[in-house]
Write a protein that binds this ligand. Sequence first.
Ligand code: BGC
Length: 716
Amino acid sequence: MKEKDILQLMQKMTLEQKLGQMSLCEFGDLMQNSDNAFTGPKGEFALTASQKKIVGGVLNFKGAAEMIELQKKHLEEDPNKIPLLFMMDVIHGYVTAFPIPLALSCSFDTKLAEHVARASAVECATGGVKITYSPMADLMRDARWGRVMEGYGEDPMLSARMSAAFVKGYQKNVDPRFVVGGCAKHFACYGAAEAGRDYNCVDLSDYTMNNYYLSGYKACVDAGVMMVMTAFNSLNGAPCTGNMMLRRKLREEWGFDGVVVSDYNSVAEMINHGYAKDLREAAKLAIQAECDMEMVSTSYLQTGASLVESGELTMEQIDRSVYRILSLKNKLGLFENPYGAADVQAEKKYYRCPDFLALARSAAAESAVLLKNEGVLPLKKKEGIALIGPFADSKEIIGGWSCNADNKLAVTVRTGLEEAGAKFTYAAGCGDALDETDTSGIEEAVKAAQESETVLLCLGESMRYSGECKSRTDLTLSPAQQELFRHVYAVNKNVVVVLFQGRPLDLRAVLDAPAIFTMWHPGTEGGRACADLLFGKCNFGGKLTMSFPYCVGQMPLYYNHYNTGRPFDPAGNLAEWKSKYIDAPNAPLFGFGYGLSYSKFVCRDVRLSSETLRAGEKLRVAVKVKNDSDVDGSEVIQLYIRDEAASRIRPVRELKDYKKIFLKAHEETTVEFFLEKKDLAFWHEGGQVYAEEGEFTVFVGNDSAALNFKKFVYIA
Ligand code: BGC
């Protein structure tokens, strides 16, 4: 369809039909023809049967058959024959579940992220999805927040690169039938919810917001993301769905002309925030803020016409949104082919096809992070093993919000080991509930540990405790799991702790184990990937993208913090009156960028091409990296900078670039980076982004605590 055809179509539409396009409902609600069919808390938003015929979009449906059925029904009923836009939360895969996004970010591999997104797009497009509510570009610094599993960690640059890679994977498919629109969410700063409590208010200075929190969304917009979702939270005093400051940023400053969708019911929730006095005012505020589509609450349809009649909203405001929505549908080819790639036969071909399962398996191995290894791993023998723990034979390791993936088809560690030909005894030991009180299984586990050479102890956090509305105030392993560890470790010191988790946890209780690694929630193929790593078929290469705390009291915790006027140096003598805790260290247990491997990578001899960097020039930073081991492997070499003195305080370190390299055993190479003016720049009050003259330190190494450094001076 041409632009003029969209405009022509709009001329035919009544105001109510336009407001219909701006509304989106649940599949189940649209399938019912009766009036007021919504039940429960949605009762107040019920639509009449005739309103349902004109809505613009739908979410939460299952596969091609449902999609085709509803689209057909809709096209028969909608007076303008405008196809519905089908949307879903495809967070880490559709039917094949890939590692949760937080896990995948630990691969530091944007190509891998792109492949995963592309595979997800093929599956979900076949199932009728046209927009996925992903990526979640929210920056996260607080592991208490359950939704950290959906994002890409605490670093703004990495999180931005990962988010953009997902957008690219969804939207830039070689086969146009499988193009799925991405939706960057949650605009904005949802990850900074106060005290890590979900939906909580956010208060951030412009400085912090612009330098850290907004970069993920901006990267998505720059990558051409088709949709942006507003956030539940208020930001500096105004709920995001009706926040004019955000409109200015997104539309005027960044030039985003795609569709903005509210979060689930977030238009109506502006009443609870105390920002709108009723639904009518909520609709007005949201439309004024250019939130084009309302998800689930129906204030636009119910009150939009009266707002236009009274002159509180103009027809231009409505038309602007409708134009964007119709343009998006057009871009996705819906007017020519309302069913897209939805196809029941193709579902059989693509769902869980061998290529996608293989990708899920290698992605899970690439996302795992080895935290400790005192010569135990990889396991030398496939026998004499006790497999213990509540996650040893659990399918719940697939990870929360795994869309249409069937949990029952997830591969457990137990199955992974069996398939790898391992001989082991198995005992769960205890259940996975946070408040588990039944520890009667520990006896059997202890017996298995006693009779084995090596114990694989699968502990962590169930997927039931991570995701939306799963905030925690305690990040330790459950008391039952801690007890299990103590008893098992008492009889067999050769314990490998294998963790499954959706967020960083306080691991002090298991630190004595000679080997610890995390698989996160690895998706469908987790058990196989775990076996691949245990027996050395795959090497570890993942690095943490969120710091693992010493204890929950350190939250929020992130490596790129400021120094304070009284920085604490644990090695220094003047420990008093410094910025520190009296009962815990400042440092995380395992920091950002950290992760071991079966290889040993040594970085040395950092060299700069000059001691000065001038605007317009490039500074070459080179470092020698040697794989000082007998095992081939990959490593993420990381480059951080520190602006020593500036007009605003700068972080102690900021990741500016990284290279993931592969080195054969004993191989040595030189890794090069190039720094230029833009890498030193930061956002200043008033919106200007520029670098300030002066001294910088550049650190290069294996993690955010890298010791190798050099200094240079920037001259504008
Ligand atoms: C979540 C969004 C999600 C939406 C639709 C909300 O509760 O915050 O991330 O896309 O539901 O399922």
